[in-house]
Design a protein. Structure first.
Length: 162
């Protein structure tokens, strides 16, 4: 049997629309959820509602790639909220990007696939830089547990010596 007319095993399709975005996003978050460095941020810190998050991410990437404009959200604020709760540093962003890039390369190849990887890298960079430069969220005494409150109440104010 001749293999002449068959594409080489490494040739993958490029992304052409919503169905491809959905496959990409589902596969990517399948990896993220199991990742030992960043999985718990979704599972335990943010307690992500996947039924809501996945469609939001379809809309986000569809907007980035195909300019559909159907995403509404505030990624900067969403990620900034995680900063006081967990580490959102270079290793976490690098892992996120490595998983994203690996997912794109596993499923797609071409101009849109390249644009997707470059956009993800750019956005990761902006998010990482901005959220870690924001001032820390104000200390909110009312949010403390009774134990924490007792602990802080027992602390003497620092002596300010000239
Ligand atoms: C350390 C890396 C990252 C972590 C741990 C992370 C985690 C999260 C979490 C926990 C949420 C909220 C999900 C929920 O509703 O519970 C979220 C939302 C989101 N993430 Fe990330 N993320 C990371 C990097 C990125 C990057 C690099 C991008 C884009 C390239 C991105 C795009 C988004 C978008 C668009 C949303 C929805 C924002 C909104 O609802 O306003 N994330 N992310």
């Amino acid at each position: 049997m001749s293999l002449e007319n068959q594409p080489p095993p490494s040739s993958l399709p490029d992304l052409t629309g919503r169905a491809d975005i959905e496959r990409l996003v589902d596969t990517f978050y399948g990896k993220v959820r199991q990742d030992e460095l960043i999985g718990f941020i979704f599972n335990d810190v943010a307690r992500t509602d996947w039924a809501a998050h996945l469609p939001k991410m379809y809309a986000f990437w569809e907007t980035v790639l195909f300019r559909t404009g159907n995403f509404s959200g505030n990624p900067l604020a969403t990620h900034a909220r995680l900063v006081p709760l967990t580490t959102m540093g270079p290793p976490q962003f690098e892992r996120w990007l490595a998983l994203f890039t690996a997912t794109v390369d596993e499923l797609f190849a071409g101009e849109k696939a390249n644009l997707l990887k470059a956009s993800a890298a750019d956005i990761a960079n902006v998010l990482h830089t901005k959220i870690n430069k924001l001032p820390p969220t104000p200390f909110d005494f009312s949010q403390l547990t009774p134990e924490q409150r007792a602990h802080y109440a027992s602390q003497k104010p620092k002596q300010i010596t000239p």
